[in-house]
Design a protein around this ligand. Structure first.
Ligand SMILES: C[S@@+](CC[C@H](N)C(=O)[O-])C[C@H]1O[C@@H](n2cnc3c(N)ncnc32)[C@H](O)[C@@H]1O
Length: 249
């Protein structure tokens, strides 16, 4: 999949391939690149690929997570592997055995780790030459996430319960602590971090706008108008990112 030169660095949130759009985006990438050995890092209770797709395309699918309790909630034919993505290189590679991946992807995971550089180094080591990483994650450059970042966990949990009253925190929709390290808008400083590890950046797009005000209509309408202006001005006020990293052959 040739994404590089034509991909914008900043785009509107409507084009963010996350949540209900994530599986279709990943499936298209998998088929375009003929990926067969795939890891879903931080897949936990919600692995992204469904059994039908995995079986139809003969995919060797591993769901990696540091929490066996989360993995046990998942209904997936993928192999569930308890491993810490930010463990030392040796510990991480020992955890995944002799698998080398065509694709390592994550969805709503990178914001939850406090040492993303170690994770990216580990993923680089676990890729085959020519393999890729695809990471889909929130970016904290907006008001609600800035609050989530700076407020104590007890207060932000209450605010999330107000914004998302139907969410079942006790079981499969648990809230995980978020750090947002290296989750900022695309730019030369972040690019240099990935390039130093050895990756080529195939795509890094930041998405402007968010749906956190969905239950508060006037605020949501204002935000929808503002996001278009922010995009026109190309201000890096990003709420989500898509990062595609390649390991050379
Ligand atoms: C918000 S959940 C995302 C689950 C799923 N990918 C999704 O999109 O719904 C984050 C997951 O990352 C896992 N996680 C957090 N830190 C981790 C680490 N250091 N290594 C591996 N998994 C980790 C958590 O256990 C949790 O299952």
């Amino acid at each position: 999949m040739q994404e590089h030169s034509r991909s914008p660095a900043l785009d509107l949130i409507d084009n963010f391939p996350a949540f209900e759009k994530a599986a279709a985006y990943l499936e298209a990438t998998i088929l375009a690149r003929n990926c067969k050995v795939i890891a879903d890092v931080g897949g936990g209770a919600h692995p992204l690929l469904d059994d039908e797709f995995i079986l139809r395309h003969g995919i060797d699918y591993s769901v990696l997570d540091k929490s066996m309790a989360e993995l046990m909630k998942a209904d997936s034919c993928g192999e569930k592997v308890e491993v810490d993505a930010i463990g030392s290189g040796d510990a991480f590679l020992a955890g995944i055995g002799d698998r080398r991946f065509d694709l390592i992807f994550s969805h709503m995971f990178l914001e939850h780790i406090d040492n993303p550089i170690q994770a990216h180094v580990n993923f680089y080591a676990a890729l085959k030459p020519g393999g890729i990483c695809v990471h889909i994650y929130p970016s904290p450059n907006n008001l609600p996430l800035a609050l989530n970042r700076f407020l104590p966990e007890s207060v932000s949990s209450v605010l999330i319960k107000v914004a998302q009253p139907g969410r079942d925190f006790a079981s499969s929709q648990k809230k995980f602590k978020a750090y947002y390290r290296l989750c900022g808008a695309p730019g030369p400083k972040i690019s240099a971090v990935f390039e130093k590890i050895g990756y080529k950046i195939a795509r890094h797009t930041g998405y402007i706008g968010h749906n956190y005000y969905a239950r508060f209509e006037p605020a949501a309408m204002l935000e929808t108008r503002l996001r278009k202006l922010i995009h026109r001005l190309q201000l890096p006020l990003t709420s989500g990112c898509l990062l595609v990293l390649e390991k050379g052959r």
